[in-house]
Design a protein around this ligand. Sequence first.
Ligand SMILES: [Zn+2]
Length: 251
Amino acid sequence: MIYVDAHCHLGSRQYDNDRTEVIRRMLEAGVRDVIIICCGRHDLLEGAALREKYPSFKLACGIHPQDLEEDYGDHRLDELKKVIEEYHPNMIGETGLDYYSHPHTKEQQKHFFASQLELAAHYHLPVNIHSRRASADTLEILRQHPCRGLIHSYSGSVEMSRLYMKEGYYISFGASVMFPGSKKPKEVISQMPLDHLLIETDSPYQSPVLGHRHEPEDVIHIYETISAVMNIPAEQLAEAVDDNFHRLFEK
Ligand SMILES: [Zn+2]
């Protein structure tokens, strides 16, 4: 079986000491179709080198909504444009709105989100979207700037997932579906059309095990939970998610 990880930070410094081993483990497990999120120079250089070596890996570049504390000048958007022209990423992201961790930079976040959606439309690229406690504004901005892509680490309601799908977005679920108390994501998954579903780790972040560094290999456990919730065979789920992954990058 081939597994997808629709959102991971494989270029992160947290893998600098053993990246080769992490990749060996994930490839052996069948995790081949992955999106590497690169926000920042270090991650970009590592990510670009990985994509060169493993052509099934996709590269996403963007300005993270949590990274607008000190510098929110428009020159950062010009820099992103240069990165797009030099590195030809497959996707823009992650970008979006995070009112949970950074409520004080709301206005800057909205501006950078809308601007990155415009860049994505201009270059015909899909978008990897981060939205936390900001679904109403996220949806409004998506409607104003039509694009396509995925909503990463989804934890919202069934209704909101339908509105995102109506705008053409895939819904990507992470390890939070594995928490014993996670009723809401399970409810959303049980009503999800298979052709709009994606799965991700967000590694090295969002590990379900306290103190453990998350790895793309761990995505298999999220697949297991989701196939149980949907009550479908693991193979059927894996095939559908991989089809969705490839459809996401069709021009
Ligand atoms: Zn992320």
